[in-house]
Design a binder for this molecule. Structure first.
Ligand code: SAM
Length: 357
């Protein structure tokens, strides 16, 4: 698995596109990670945003294409460039109240930004060749352009109201590829968006899970992945692989305690030994603490440099309390966070530990 760049490395990109979007910073960070994930995992297709306003979220995707030297994908920007249409009763009382004040500056002038203004920004940011603009109401533009759009790796739906969200799903969902992302910016914000999503999934008898992004609380976007692949899970696996790459030397072999969940994805190029191990295969959990300690020492003598517990096996640390005590009192704990706990089997101390999130 290729490494994602860390978020501080793309801070300049976030800073550059931030003035042109109303999307919250945490959601932009997540979007940047999703785009990187698409590129790192070679998930085919273009990037699409329906509802772009001044273009910032779409420009973030385009900047990442430029940053990673990707020239065979585009970012499509669909918008009326005339602001939001009126909500309907199904969008709920909050939407109707919003519409009454829509023209005020506090409501971003009903999310109005002209095509000329947004295209000018794309040119000023040097993103013209990465972007394709389509002006008009979705019920006219999406069906007409979807063949040109082709496969979609990431579809960002940010158009607030029931009829707009439903139109995007009806017209573009089928083009989202397996393992692709559908981001529903307004799922927690507006009733109509949530109703459109549920209605669409029910009509198609789709079992897709709706994932909440942990950092966003109750007003952030939701994510659907095609093919039943959980984003929260894949992201944790990515972070874990990065941490292992940082804390364990590539030349070292380490014991991975993960209940056989994901050895090849998380190992970050290292040689890993499952635990318990028989003939190189995962053999299941130990019957007791003494066996765990005995097996640990056997593998240590055979050259294992570290033991790493991944979160699906964290219950071991409580259940095998003597084994855990043995590790903590004999070996240096090099990493301890919500995803991984690691001990260096060559440094016999066990007193201090470092942590990271
Ligand atoms: C909340 S804003 C988008 C915010 C933007 N994604 C950002 O990064 O700040 C919603 C946008 O959806 C557009 N929109 C909503 N419904 C639409 C429809 N049916 N057809 C075309 N554009 C629509 C509006 O013009 C507006 O620009």
């Amino acid at each position: 698995m290729k490494r994602l760049v860390e978020i501080h490395e793309i801070k300049p990109i976030l800073d550059k596109t931030r003035p042109f979007t109303m999307v919250a910073q945490a959601a932009l960070v997540d979007l940047a990670l999703q785009v990187q994930h698409v590129l790192a995992e070679n998930i085919r297709g273009n990037f699409v945003e329906c509802g772009v306003w001044r273009g910032g979220a779409a420009f973030l995707m385009a900047e990442l294409l430029r940053h990673f030297g990707v020239t065979d994908r585009k970012v499509w920007l669909f918008d009326s460039f005339e602001g939001l249409p009126s909500p309907d009763g199904i969008d709920g009382p909050a939407a109707m109240a919003y519409a009454k004040n829509a023209a005020s500056s506090g409501e971003f002038q009903n999310c109005r930004a002209s095509l000329e203004e947004v295209q000018r920004t794309a040119t000023e940011l040097g993103l013209k060749s990465y972007t394709i603009f389509v002006k008009g109401w979705f019920d006219k533009t999406l069906a007409r352009n979807r063949d040109r759009v082709g496969d979609i790796a990431l579809l960002r739906i940010d158009c607030d109201w029931y009829s707009s969200v439903r139109c995007c799903l009806d017209n573009l969902y089928d083009q989202v590829v397996n393992r692709g992302f559908v981001i529903l910016d307004d799922y927690y914000t507006w009733d109509g968006c949530a109703i459109a999503v549920h209605e669409f999934l029910a009509k198609r008898t789709l079992s897709s899970r709706i994932e909440t992004l942990p950092s966003e609380g109750c007003h952030g976007p939701a994510v659907l992945r095609k093919g039943g692949v959980s984003w929260n899970w894949e992201y944790r696996v990515h972070l874990s692989a990065q941490e292992i790459a940082k804390f364990v030397q590539l030349s070292d072999t380490f014991i991975l305690v993960d209940q056989g969940a994901f050895t090849s994805q998380i190992s970050a190029g290292h040689r890993t030994i499952p635990f318990l191990e028989r003939d190189g295969q995962y053999w299941g959990p130990p019957p007791n603490d003494a066996t765990a300690i005995h097996e640990l020492e056997r593998l240590r003598r055979a050259g294992a440099a570290s033991i790493v517990f991944a979160w699906p096996a964290f219950w071991w640390l409580d259940y095998y309390s003597d084994f855990t005590q043995y590790l903590r009192s004999n070996f240096h704990c090099t990493l301890e966070n919500e995803r991984l706990v690691a001990f260096d089997l060559r440094r016999e101390s066990g007193s201090s530990s470092s942590s990271g999130n």
